[in-house]
Each structure stands twice: as C-alpha cells, then as structure tokens.
Design a protein around this ligand. Structure first.
Ligand code: ATP
Length: 489
C-alpha cells in the first residue's frame, strides 16, 4: 500500500518537474516551495543545523563539533580537510572542507555530519562598503526514528569528547607554592605557575617494562574510574609513594605520569607551609585533573604527628592529659594544633573529609628513605601504590641505550648484563645516563667507557653509599615496603 502511494507521488513529482521549466517565475517559486515541503515529508532523515556565530558564546556547540571531529580522527577519512586555528585558543584543528561530509557511529546508529560554508554580503566595515563573509554551519543528519532516543546523549558525548580533546592539547602547567606580599591579599598562600614541558615519558623511563605497563594500566583505570569511585563511595583520587635512592628516576616518573595523563603538576614545597590551615588553603586551590607532589617527604618537615616538645613544655602539662587542663588551656592547645602542620593535617587530604574536595587528583609522595617514614603514611588506603625506583637492571639499561645511542644491541651487552646482574656495586640510571650522553654518535666508545665504569671497584665510582650501606638500606626499605601493603611494585 505504502509503495503504491510513494510511486504515485513520485510520478506526480516527475510530471511537475517536466513542466517546471515552462512555468512563469511565480508559479516556479510556488512549485519549489511545494516540492520542499513534499521532500521533507518523504525524507526519513532529520537535519539539525549547528551554525557558527561570530563573537558569540552560542557557537560553543559548533566548536565542540569541530573538536569532536578532530578527536575521533574522522577527518582522516575525508578527501578535503581545512586546517584552522580554534578561536580564542592556541589549538590548531582540522575541519571538513566546505560541502564535505563524514559518517559517525554512536550506540550502533549512523549519523552524518556535513560542513556548510556560504559566502554572504556582510555589514559595512568603517564605511568601506559591505564585505563578503563566510557563514559556516554543520548539519547533522540522523534518521527520524533515532532522533529522540539518541540526540541528547549524542550531544553530551560530542561535548565530552571536545573537552577531552582540548584538555589533551592544551599547555600543561607546573605550579609551585609561595606567599603573596600584597597587603590587600594579606599574604595569602598562592600557587605560581610556569608552562610544564618536561620531556620524560613512559618510553624514556628506564624501568622494568612489566612495571611500566602496570603503572600505566593503573593510571588509565583511575582516569576512567569516575563511575567506579562513585559506586564504592570513595573520593576520586589516587596516591603513589615513589621510593628509592637518588638518581633512580622518581622525578622523571612524576613527569612521565603528568605527560601520560596531561595533568598539571602542583609541586608542594612543604617547608614553606607552616600550618594545617595554610596547607588547606593551598590544596583547595588546586584544580581537578592534577598531580600534587610532595618530594622528599621524610625531610620536608617533621611529620611525626606528635605535638612538639617545645609547645608541650611551654604549657607545662602533657596535652594527652586533657582532663587536667582548664578550658583556656584546651583552647590554646586547639589553636596551637591548627597553627602547625601535622601528619594528620596532611593525611586529611589523602583520605579524610578534605580528600573529596575536587576530582581526579593524584597525590605523589617521594622519599629516598622509606624506612624513615611514619607508619601512618604507609597504612593501606593512604598511598594506593608503592613504587620502588631501583638501581639499574639490564632491561632498564637496554631502554636507556635505545634512547641515548639508538641501538638495540651491541657486542658488549652480555658483559654489561653480567656486571649488572653480578651487582658488585649498584649503579643508578642517572649514573649510566651520564656516560651514555658522552657521544651519541659513537656507541662503541661509549660502551667501552660504560664497561670500564662498571668494572671499577665500588668506592671508585662515586656512589653515594658503599655497597654494604646500600644493602643495609635496601633490606630496611624492603622490610618497610612489606608493611601492610597497598600495591607494591
Ligand atoms: N629511571 C630512569 N629513567 C630514565 N632516566 C633516568 C632514570 N633515573 C634517572 N634518570 C636520569 O637521571 C636524571 C635524574 O633523575 P631523577 O631526578 O628523576 O631522579 P630522582 O630519583 O628523582 O632523584 P632525587 O631523589 O635526587 O630527586 C634524570 O634527569 C634522568 O636523565
């Protein structure tokens, strides 16, 4: 029945089109209007117009579509692409050339984007007469039956992709804390930033490849874990404790994490923070999707969590004996506690009430001496993953050689391997890097020097500690790391 109806309409359209050329102008226009109505009635698709408005916030959706088309690499399948700079941004993005269309898939449905560019006469500018300007829009073509079920979700998806694309292509920032001297801001604790351009990545990090894969996997599941964290009622944050001797790549690891996630880095200098209140003031200013770093946590400050003997003796009474104190003395103690930075104040941000301020935060603590850390910091739930940055192993050495000398193998590799495995003395990736950087164009000379370095007696190669001390430290560290584990690598 339906097909008979349609063929009837189509024959009618054919007849009208045949006589169309012979009609007078008014009749032609009327027929065109009639044909348009007919076409939209018969067309099973609906066309959404998304125009770009110059200097208007209402073109946000147009921008989002453009970024979404970039983010999904849809442009790769187009014949003609235009490179443009996204307005009010440093981003360069490719967009579809005028008239080009592309297909997108969402929840199993097919959607088609078309880019329209039309030249029109614009307003006169400074009396120079009207100018030709381009009016741009995207048309989204979608089957009428899918309209209501997917359009809201699809537009949310396009916007989310655009935000992600912008985030991943923006300039990252490295923040450090300081105090303003302005009398107006009353010496407020603030962050100052510089662009963050550290070249370290997970490809340049010398570390056991399996460990790198685990850390990358952990970070990935963290960023994709919004729903999970909500479901289990935990703050969307993750803590990493990096420990190991100097020069084993703790700072390089932080930079690699930041580059992998495209997160800003807040390098918190704890020695410049004097109370829990100041610490709170700083931490609530940090933005979502950032890494907050406290380096050398063991020596940043006394984080024992105990009241300082000085303040206790000043009051002449033990603060734990609170029943024996007057209300005034109790107030003084309370005030003193807020005026000092304590381990519990810091931990409040890792798993206390304040841990929920902001989303997608990563906390990284580093230390050269895990054995010196307070057990409270190592308890499960505090730092989710303990990562040991160790002396150079042979697989890690191969990564360094590949990066510095661009070679995958060398006749001296077995010698280096046996020297590293023998472990007569332990060398850090930093020490090896210092030799590998000598001459990138002369691998033979560099490898000779490296073997000579590894064959030196331990005391000759300027290790910070002798082998015995290093071993002792390591066994203490291992004992500490075995303490109630989070995830230990
Ligand atoms: N695992 C590593 N992979 C690649 N390069 C490394 C590694 N470890 C050290 N290096 C090299 O040594 C330099 C110093 O390393 P880095 O500062 O990351 O060590 P660290 O463990 O943070 O040291 P510290 O405890 O003294 O801060 C880096 O700039 C890098 O060139």
């Amino acid at each position: 029945m339906m097909s008979t109806d349609l063929s009837y309409w189509w024959s009618l359209v054919g007849v009208v089109a045949f006589f169309h050329g012979m009609l007078p102008r008014e009749a032609k226009e009327a027929v065109s209007r009639w044909l348009q109505v007919l076409r939209s009635y018969l067309d099973p698709y609906i066309h959404f117009e998304i125009p770009e408005f110059e200097n208007s916030s209402s073109n946000e959706l147009y921008k989002s579509v453009q970024l979404h088309i970039n983010a999904t690499d849809m442009c790769k399948s187009a014949n003609r692409v235009v490179l443009t700079r996204v307005r009010n941004s440093t981003l360069t993005s490719s967009s579809l050339a005028a008239g080009q269309s592309l297909v997108d898939k969402f929840e199993g449905k097919t959607l088609r984007w078309k880019h329209n560019v039309q030249k029109v006469q614009g307003d006169s500018i400074r009396g120079r007469g009207s100018q030709e300007v381009s009016e741009r829009s995207y048309t989204l073509k979608i089957h009428k039956r899918d309209r209501d079920c997917i359009i809201p979700r699809y537009i949310d998806y396009v916007n989310a992709r655009a935000i992600l694309y912008k985030h991943q292509n923006r300039e990252m920032q490295l923040y450090t804390n300081g105090k303003t001297s302005s009398i107006f801001s009353g010496g407020r604790h603030m962050w100052q930033s510089v662009p963050f351009k550290h070249p370290s990545t997970f490809n340049t990090l010398a570390m056991e490849p399996a460990n790198i894969a685990r850390i990358k996997g952990d970070l990935k599941s963290f960023v994709e874990g919004k729903d999970f964290f909500e479901r289990v009622g935990r703050a969307w944050k993750r803590g990493y404790l990096l420990y190991g001797p100097p020069g084993t790549g703790k700072s390089s690891m932080i930079a690699a994490m930041a580059n992998f996630l495209k997160y800003d880095v807040y390098d918190l200098e704890l020695t410049q923070v004097f109370s829990n209140t100041e610490l709170r003031q700083l931490l609530i200013q940090t933005t979502n999707r950032s890494i907050i770093v406290i380096e050398d946590i063991d020596c940043s400050i006394n984080l024992s969590g105990q009241r300082s003997p000085k303040s206790s003796s000043k009051r002449g009474k033990d603060s734990s004996d609170k029943d024996a104190l007057t209300a005034e003395e109790l107030n003084m103690i309370k005030e003193d506690e807020t005026n000092r930075i304590t381990l519990s104040g810091l931990l409040n941000f890792t798993d206390g009430l304040w841990s929920c301020c902001g989303d997608e935060r990563i906390l990284v603590f580093t230390t050269n001496h895990i054995e010196k850390l307070d057990d409270a910091l190592l308890r499960p739930g505090r730092m989710d993953m303990h990562i040991e940055m160790s002396y150079c192993t042979f697989p890690a050495f191969k990564i360094l050689v590949r990066n510095y000398l661009m070679i995958e193998t060398h006749p001296l590799f077995p010698t280096v391997e046996s020297l590293l495995v023998e472990g007569k003395h332990k060398v850090t990736p930093a020490q090896i890097s210092e030799i590998l950087i000598l001459d990138k164009d002369n691998p033979d000379m560099v490898m000779d020097k490296l073997v000579a370095f590894l064959q030196q007696e331990p005391e000759e190669n300027e290790l910070p500690e002798n082998a015995e001390a290093a071993n002792e430290l390591e066994s203490k560290s291992q004992a500490k790391a075995k303490a109630p584990p989070s995830l230990i690598i």
